[in-house]
Each structure stands twice: as C-alpha cells, then as structure tokens.
Design a protein around this ligand. Structure first.
Ligand code: NAD
Ligand code: TYD
Length: 341
C-alpha cells in the first residue's frame, strides 16, 4: 500500500516544525504543510526539511476554503493534523479577534473540507488550557469540564467543540489531543522558556509575572510529537487524549534552572505586573494515552531542559532572525509599561 499523505497545518511553527522533522525521520508518510507564515511561522525552522521529496510546503491560510479543498483533492490527502493557530495567551489579551478567525473559523474550514473530501482522520492539536485552572491539588482528566479563562483558551475550546460536533453529527473520524506546555528547539521567544534564555544571555531583565509561583506541567516537544503520531495512528475515533510531561514546576523553578545552565545571576529576575486572568496551575493526568496506546514521555525535565538551553545557545542566528522586526515592537508593547510588581 502507498504511504499515506497527511496535511499538516502550522508546520512552520514551533511544534509543527518539530513534528515534520519527526515524521520525516520516523515514518514514510508524505506531508503537505500548509502554513500562513505569520510572525510565529518561520521557514528557517524547516531548513533541513525543505529539500525532502516527501515534504511539500504551501504558504496559505487554513481559513481559505478553496485552497484547503484544492490541496485535499490534488494530493489525495488521507489525514489532517491541525497545529495551525494563534498560540500566545498574552497576544490574545492584546487582540482576541485573530484568535477567533484562525483557531475557530480556520478549524471549521478544515473540518468542513475534510468531511467534503472524505478525509479518513482529522487530529486536532489542542491544549490543557481549555480546562481552566487548578488549585494546589488534582489533575486535568479528559472528563474535566471545559472552563477556559483566556481569549486564547476560549478559542481553542471552541474549536474542540466543533471537532466533537463534526464527529457526533457527521461521523467524521476525529481525534483530539490536549497537551501541557511544550519546550524545546524552534520555540518563538515570546513564550517563557526561550524568552528567558534569550534575555539571560543578553543580561536583560527576566520578567516574572506576579509571584512566579504559577505552575505548568512541562512537556518536551519530541515527546509531544511521538504522542501525536501515536494518537493519530492508533487512537479511537472520537476520542480525546491528554498528553503531559509529569514535570510540574513553578515558573521561578524553571527560570532558576535556566540561569544555572547559562551561568547568569538570579539578580536578573524582575517581578512585573501579573498577566490579567493568569491561570494558577495546570497539571495533566495522561493515564488514558498511556493505558490505551502505550505512550509515555521518554525524557525527564532536567535532561531535556539542558538539551534545550544548549540548542538555543548554539542557534543564535535562528533566534536573531525570528526576534527581529515586529518582535521588538511586540516586546515594547507588552513589557514596556508593565513596571515592577
Ligand atoms: P506557534 O505559534 O509556534 O505556531 C503556529 C503556526 O501556525 C505558525 O507557523 C503560524 O504561521 C501558523 N498559522 C497561524 N495562523 C495560520 C493560519 N490562519 N493558517 C495557516 N497557518 C497559520 O504555535 P505552537 O506552539 O507550535 O503550537 C502549535 C499548536 O499546539 C497550536 O494549535 C497550539 O494551540 C497547540 N499547543 C501549543 C502548546 C505550546 O506549549 N506551545 C501547548 C498546548 C497546545
Ligand atoms: P507561556 O510560555 O506564555 O505559556 P502559557 O501562558 O500558555 O502557560 O507562560 C508560561 C508561564 O510563564 C505562565 O505562567 C506565564 C509566565 N510568564 C512569565 O512569568 N513571564 C513572561 O515573560 C512570560 C512570557 C510568561
């Protein structure tokens, strides 16, 4: 049987580019990569994948119904894996509209096209943020009610509900994965870990929102890629799978780990005004994907963080490129008037 063809959307972003590299190395699938190349998408993140005859890059939006329909037909696409999204909470606070356009409208466009073209499986890459925030105890399971708090997580939860509806109403074969915070190579330096590495390296202030005791469950991006491929290949139609790293850390813990690895002083830590509506704690119960599909994370936090910090120190030209232009304006808008806490 011929190798399947998968439409990967958002494949020039952080997780998508890691996933395309993973597919090229670990499988024989053919990839059509649809990405709009927003500020977060970068072909430099795919430099070693662009020559592969199994990877076709197409610049365009998941909101373009005609383009999506054309690609599904032209390439006889078997499955869709949807990473494309506006992904940053702080940007969703500054301007929520594009989050609805891309994350909700774009997902609806893909689902409708998938149904029309008879695509065999649709995997939606979602987030644990759809569940809201936890106190000191407990974990999100797949049965935890959706309770999103930011415009970003509200748009992702809306997309999840559309995926659910397309399965229940139209019988589309869907799988939804909800993962915790990812880290690793090629992450845009608006997110905590690459931002802290970049600022620390330049001896710049490290902005910590609130008291720095918010907790995230950190997942190495390579482990996330293997989980998505497992869920896509073996998951039950209509199922939701949580994906986590078993690595809960406070933001201050994460920052101190980075500072040790880059050899910079804790005096760079600067407490700034908190993010509005800041979720306190995320923690994932990933026992379903482990019990049903046999997936579990392969690397521990300390090993993968050391590897990640090393990667950023060794890839300064990549960081310089993505942090040029609009990034400086964004940084000034978000942090310029934030002041100290
Ligand atoms: P990212 O912001 O790094 O990349 C998003 C990609 O989508 C970019 O390449 C961008 O150009 C592309 N894109 C944006 N709008 C588009 C459009 N209209 N049409 C086509 N492409 C478009 O995001 P990421 O961190 O790689 O996240 C990927 C997915 O994983 C997202 O759906 C996000 O919600 C989800 N997720 C991410 C994390 C995380 O920690 N990064 C955690 C949970 C879930
Ligand atoms: P982020 O990487 O934006 O991911 P998310 O908000 O989706 O979890 O932020 C991770 C945590 O780090 C979150 O609690 C907010 C905090 N944070 C800071 O303290 N300072 C910063 O400059 C950023 C970007 C995040």
């Amino acid at each position: 049987m011929a190798a399947p063809t998968i439409l990967v959307t958002g494949g020039a972003g952080f997780i998508g580019s890691n996933f395309i590299r993973y597919l090229l190395a670990e499988t024989d699938v053919r990839i059509v990569n649809l990405d709009a190349l927003t500020y977060a998408g970068n072909l430099a993140s795919l430099a070693d994948c662009l020559d592969s005859e199994r990877h076709l890059f197409v610049r365009g939006s998941i909101t373009s119904a005609d383009l999506v329909a054309y690609l599904l037909k032209q390439h006889a696409v078997d499955g869709i894996i949807n990473f494309a999204a506006e992904s940053h909470v702080d940007r969703s606070i500054l301007g929520p509209k594009v989050f609805v356009e891309t994350n909700v409208q774009g997902t609806l466009t893909l689902l409708s096209a998938a149904r029309e073209a008879g695509v065999r499986r649709f995997l939606q890459v979602s987030t644990d943020e759809v569940y809201g925030s936890l106190g000191d105890q407990g974990f999100f399971t797949e049965e935890t009610p959706l309770s999103p708090n930011s415009p970003y997580s509200a748009s992702k939860a809306s997309a999840d509900l559309l995926v659910r509806a397309f399965h229940h109403t139209f019988g589309l074969d869907t799988v939804t994965t909800r993962c915790s915070n990812n880290y690793g190579p090629y992450q845009f330096p608006e997110k905590l870990i690459p931002l802290i590495i970049m600022n620390a390296r330049q001896n710049k202030a490290l902005p910590v929102y609130g008291d720095g005791l918010n907790v995230r469950d950190w997942l190495y991006v390579g482990d996330h890629c293997s989980a998505i491929w497992t869920a896509f290949s073996k998951g039950r139609a209509g199922a939701v799978y949580n994906i986590g790293g078993n690595s809960e850390r406070t933001n201050l813990d994460v920052i101190r780990t980075i500072l040790q690895q880059v050899g910079k002083p804790e005096s760079l830590i600067t407490f700034v005004k908190d993010r509005p509506g800041h979720d306190r704690r995320y923690a994932i119960d990933a026992s379903r994907i482990q019990a049903e599909l046999g997936w579990r994370p392969a690397v521990d936090f300390e090993t993968a963080m050391a590897r990640t910090v090393r990667w950023y120190l060794d890839h300064q030209p990549w960081l310089d490129q993505v942090a040029s232009g609009d990034y400086q304006t964004y940084y000034q808008t978000l942090y310029g008037n934030r002041g100290r806490a």
